[in-house]
Design a protein around this ligand. Structure first.
Ligand code: IPE
Ligand code: IPE
Ligand code: MG
Length: 244
């Protein structure tokens, strides 16, 4: 990897393991979710320091509604509290906050806070922080297909013109640098319907560390691991070396 490419421009994280972290301490799962807030702050600080341009965090999947009602409720309360407390500081650091996923499903007070946070930080560009809530990777692809179909129906696009790059323009985060590094904490080796389209050529990094324990040193390790990868995009190692 060239020197400039050693730091990923775009990191995505599946913040997993809060429940097990709490269980190990004989505390309710919501205690683990709350403890995860510190890890979010650490990740943001690291990205600012390392010069990462985009950080995309998976906070609530479209499948997480299936959890017990009290846990879903606790998570919603946590999101509200976190937005109330953290947005100004993020704004002060030049972070642009964006929520991806279907926000319609959330109740009014939370939706309002999300929109306010996006508006408040819209002018920032030091770090783009995207939080995926009620997000599903398949749904993201379906929505892009719906946009393409609509454009065809309106006569603005011909079917033959739909290619990867055209369809990709309708996916979440299409305006940001492509995903370089996909991290999952908590020891599971799966994507759980996160950025399916966007992760096509991302480097994957899995760690057993539970999300509340994931600190700046942990992220540094992930970035160092990434720096040692050879991204070939289908070519041979020799071709990649020759191009440098
Ligand atoms: C991830 O931690 C946070 C959310 C899904 C909201 P978990 O709650 O999935 O933690 P584990 O996997 O049960 O330990
Ligand atoms: C993925 O974690 C979603 C988030 C981290 C928000 P889960 O814990 O919900 O994933 P599964 O159910 O183990 O695949
Ligand atoms: Mg989990």
């Amino acid at each position: 990897m060239t020197e400039a490419a050693r730091v990923p421009r775009h990191i995505a994280i599946v913040m997993d393991g809060n429940g097990r972290w709490a269980k190990a301490r004989h505390r309710p799962r919501s205690f683990g979710h709350n403890a995860g807030r510190k890890a979010v702050r650490e990740a943001v600080e690291s990205c600012l320091r390392e010069g990462v341009q985009v950080l995309t965090l998976f906070a609530f999947s479209s499948e997480n509604w299936q959890r017990p009602q009290d846990e879903v409720g606790a998570l919603m309360n946590l999101f509200v509290r976190a937005l109330d407390k953290e947005v100004e500081e993020l704004h002060g650091h030049g972070v642009r906050l964006r929520f991806i996923g279907d926000l319609q499903a959330f109740d009014e007070p939370l939706r309002l806070r999300m929109h306010e946070a996006m508006t408040r930080t819209a002018g920032n560009d030091r770090l783009h922080m995207n939080v995926a809530v009620n997000y599903g990777g398949r749904q993201d692809i379906v929505r892009a297909c719906q946009c393409a179909t609509e454009a065809v129906a309106k006569g603005e696009l011909r079917v033959e013109e739909i290619d990867e790059s055209r369809l990709g323009q309708w996916m979440s985060l299409a305006d940001l640098p492509p995903l370089d590094l996909f991290i999952r904490t908590g020891g599971e080796y799966r994507i759980s319907n996160f950025l399916l389209w966007q992760a096509a050529y991302a480097e994957l990094y899995f760690t057993d560390t539970l999300w509340p324990d994931f600190d700046q040193a942990c992220l540094r390790l992930a970035i160092e691991d990434y720096a040692r990868r050879e991204r070939r995009y289908g070519r041979t190692g020799e071709q990649v070396t020759a191009n440098h």
